[in-house]
Structure formats: C-alpha cells, structure tokens
Design a protein. Structure first.
Length: 534
C-alpha cells in the first residue's frame, strides 16, 4: 500500500486572536506558556481570518460558534444559518402561514389544551433568539390561544453570567405587550441543555417542566433568579447557567404551567445539539436515560430539525444538502479521512462538518474520546480528554492511511465558558502541548498541517464593562497557520474567513477546488512542485 502524507486540520476550539493590550491580564491565550504556538508564529506562514457575523452566515455582530464554524469550514463556502432564515420568516410574516405551527395551534384549540414554549432566554444568537419567541407568541395571540406557558432556560454561558435578570424582565414585558404568555419554570442550561448524556441533570429539568418536582419555587421568575444569585449551587456553579430547575407557583404553592397530557410543546432553540436530550426524554416511549415519574402524551414541535427521526413536526426544515463539501469531495476522490474529538466536540467534526449528515462518507473513519464525567465543570479538569485525543490522532497520522485528518481540541472553548482565567490558561497550555506532539508526528512522515480555530473564547476571560467573568465567545479573528515541508516560504492571503479553509486544504492535497466551494485558498503563493498527493 502506498504511504500517504496527510493534511491535518487542527482546530483549537475557542482560541481567538485578541490584540487589545488592555485585555492581556485576562487573556488566557496571552497568559499561557505556549512554546509551540510561539514557534509557529515566528517561523511559519500565518494569517488571521474572520469567524463571526456575515462571514459565517450569521447576522452582523453575532459571535461565531462551534456548530456554525465547523459547518463553514467543512462546506468551503459561507453557509446562511438558520437564525437568518427564521428572522426573515418572522419579519416578513411568513411564519403565520407555517403549516406545522398552525397544526399545533389547531390541536390546542380542538383539545382545549395548553401551549408550552421551551428554549434559551437569550439574545446571543448561538442557540436561540428571544425575538423568535416573541414572533411565535404573536402568532399564538393572533390565533386566540390563551393558555401559553414559557419554560425559560437561562444562559450565562454565551451571555453575561447574570444577564438573565434583564432577559426575564424583557420577556415578561413582551408577554404583557403581546397579551399572552407566562413564565412557568426557570432552569439553567446546565440542566436543561446537556449534550453529554448526563441524564441526572436532564431529569431535574424534565421533572420541573412536567410538574413532578422542583428544586426551588417562588411566585415569579424574577424572584427565582434573585434567590439563585444569592444562593449559588457552589463557588464554581453560580449564575444563570446553573440556576436549579424551579417552579413559578400560584398563591396556593402549585406550579402554574406544568406540561400535561394533550398539550403542545414547541422547543424554540434553532441549534439542535443541546435540545436533543430533553426532547428525547419528552417524546421517546423507549427512553432509558432515567425513570420518568410521568410521561405526558404531548404534541412536540421543534424549531429546526435537531436530529433525523427525533421529531416529526419541525417548523423550519433543513435546506437541501450542499454538494461537494470537503468530506464528500475528498471521499469521491478515493482519499481516506479520519475525524477525532472528545464527546463535547465530536458532533462538530462529524455531523456539523458534514452538513448535518449523521453517517460518514465512504473511507471516513471516526473516533470519539469520552469527555470526563467525573467533574461538574471543566475548570476542575482543564486538560479534559485532550491527551487521549492527541494520542489517537497521532496514531492516525503515523498509520499513513489517511489523506485528510480533522481533529478538534475542545479545551480553550469548554474551559473558557467556565469563566476561570487560571483554568483556561492551563487549558490553552495543554492544547499547545498536544499540537506540538502532532506536529512532530507530521514531521516524521512528511505531511502538512493547518492550525486554526472556529471562534474565540479563552482570549477574553473578563468583561471590564460589567466587572464580571466573560464566559461567552468573542468576535475576534482566529489564527490560521500552515505547517509542513516546503511551506516555510508560502505567502498567505489576508481578509479570509472560515470558508477559505477547505480550499486551502485541497490546495495542499493537490486537488482542484470544486465549483460549489466559493471560498478561496488562503495561500497566495506555493512552490509549483509542492503537493502531498499528486
């Protein structure tokens, strides 16, 4: 078998380029000891590329995220995101003609039942947008739906840690203005939006929404937040993300809006990876994640398609699959490829990278390394499972079986979300160490690497404007470095974006860029004789 020299795409998730010197004291990338990155910056061709807003198919000023970033990287083109499609439908009034939405309303009216909205109460634009909920509430009001309850999931991860107070006040004011809707439960996303099968967390959110039990109760959502801020779960679990599932109760102490038989439930998050577990618990007759005290017979509707076969009723279905995305194109050329990440980011290097395809392409191998479950938050273990991801990827490189290898190191993002500068700094150092191991393996067999990120996070760990930890992503550019034999003198193009990474990979592989990819290689000049696979 002919030896293959791979192109290795190393994604340092959450590793942004923050050039504001005033942020240096709380920039984990700056504070970390990163000899490998320092060496790359000194000796290897680099550029900085855009990873947010319109450059990744999001509205202006909206931070990038891992789902969007990996989809754009894998597509080789700017991909209009669902938030934009939903915005247009609501702003233009088309949402009122949505057949699935109207079916849900008719069910409520016919059965004299109740309508529930579940979703993230946030304007960060990563998982959900409050303006989408307001549009849906207006439609419900227009259809004379009266009993409407909101199961608010608080953010604190893509927003300020205690921004939920403002969002809840805004939501309740909008409900008053629109004339329908009451907040019935409040749960932090730590409980309601898990994606790592930590079913003990999901059960608490499920039980709360279904009226089984709540950890706390009060007569208003604002009082619930005030209590949570005063009495956090722990020093490392405080703020909106960790608000324990709580009921809003009436004067008799009963929850005002539990999900029950015959009700309609609409999950208004547009991003699918984090609602899946709760939706599964609410709908799957054969669910085994935890023992359900009750299992209401409901009509479930999701804003978008979270997972194939998960929910039959979807307000906004996916557009047709894009043709000639990177994974498909490389597969059609007969090149074997390998994808590796730990659990937290494995869907991103597979499902999202492949434009929402669950199944791998021919000759595409995958390896998922389990993320640590023994810790509540990753600041307690900033190395996460990076060393195992590194070892697995090194083995794939040295096997000489794969022409394309994609690996994601989750640490700078996942630990960055905790708000701990010390832990994020350690996380960055671990990733830097692992990148060094992979580059040595590449040297050994003569391959090439692209080192980059999908968005920023650890590059700002404090928000001086509100004097609070900065736990969300940033709008900063991300580095892109090319590494490998004969690449030392390559000249890099400026003003690039994530969509340009796939064409750059194909150039290194000696493959033409398909016409469907509108991105352009970030390498302006390359030695004519250079190619890994020609």
């Amino acid at each position: 078998m002919e030896d293959i020299r791979p192109v290795v795409l190393i994604i340092r998730d959450g590793w942004g380029s923050n050039h504001n010197p005033e942020h240096n004291p709380f920039n984990a990338i700056y504070q970390a000891d990163t000899p490998v990155d320092d060496e790359l910056a000194r000796h290897w061709p680099r550029t900085e590329i855009k990873a947010c807003g319109r450059d990744v198919g999001l509205p202006d000023g909206v931070m990038g995220n891992s789902e969007v970033g990996h989809q754009n990287i894998g597509a080789g083109r700017i991909v209009d995101q669902e938030i934009v499609r939903i915005d247009k439908a609501i702003e233009g009034g088309e949402i009122s003609k949505n057949s699935v939405l109207n079916e849900a309303f008719e069910h409520v009216k016919k059965n004299n039942s109740r309508l529930h909205f579940i979703g993230l109460v946030s304007d960060a634009g990563v998982h959900a947008m409050l303006r989408h909920l307001y549009g849906l509430l207006k439609c419900a009001k227009d259809q004379a739906i009266k009993d409407v309850f909101i199961h608010a999931i608080t953010d604190g991860r893509d927003t300020a840690p205690t921004g939920g107070e403002r969002y809840i006040k805004e939501l309740e004011a909008q409900c008053q203005t629109i004339g329908v809707g009451k907040v019935a439960t409040v749960s932090g996303r730590y409980w309601a939006m898990d994606r790592d099968k930590r079913w003990n967390r999901v059960q608490k959110a499920y039980d709360c929404m279904c009226g089984v039990s709540a950890i706390y109760q009060d007569t208003s959502a604002e009082k619930i937040l005030a209590h949570a801020y005063k009495t956090p779960v722990s020093e490392t679990q405080k703020g909106d993300e960790f608000i324990e599932p709580s009921w809003v109760v009436d004067d008799a102490g009963k929850p005002i809006g539990s999900i029950a038989d015959g009700d309609v439930v609409i999950f208004f998050n547009f991003r699918g990876d984090r609602p899946r577990e709760l939706v599964t618990a609410l709908t799957d007759k054969n669910f085994k994640g935890f023992e359900r005290a009750i299992f209401p017979k409901i009509m479930m509707v999701t804003m978008t398609s979270y997972e194939e076969g998960l929910c039959d009723r979807v307000l906004f279905t996916k557009p047709p699959k894009m043709k000639n995305i990177l994974g498909e194109y490389v597969s059609n050329k007969g090149v074997a490829q390998f994808r590796c990440a730990e659990t937290e980011k494995h869907p991103h290097v597979t499902f999202f990278f492949n434009d929402y395809r669950e199944e791998p392409f021919p000759k595409e191998d995958r390896k998922m390394v389990d993320s640590p479950k023994e810790v509540a938050t990753y600041d307690e273990k900033p190395e996460m499972s990076a060393y195992a991801v590194c070892a697995t990827t090194k083995e794939a490189i040295l096997s000489k079986k794969y022409g394309l290898i994609v690996v994601n190191f989750a640490n700078a993002d996942m630990v960055g979300h905790t708000g701990s500068l010390e832990a994020a700094t350690k996380a960055v150092e671990v990733v830097d160490e692992c990148v060094g191991v992979l580059l040595k393996a590449i040297d050994e067999i003569g391959g090439a690497a692209i080192v980059t990120a999908d968005h920023g996070n650890a590059d700002q760990m404090w928000n001086p404007k509100i004097n609070s930890p900065h736990t969300q992503h940033t709008l900063n550019l991300v580095e892109l470095i090319v590494y490998g034999k004969s690449l030392e003198k390559a000249v890099m193009r400026k003003e690039g974006r994530l969509a340009d990474i796939a064409p750059t990979i194909l150039e290194l592989m000696g493959l033409d860029t398909p016409k469907e990819m509108t991105g352009q290689s970030l390498i302006k000049t390359l030695k004519p004789e250079y190619s890994l696979h020609k």
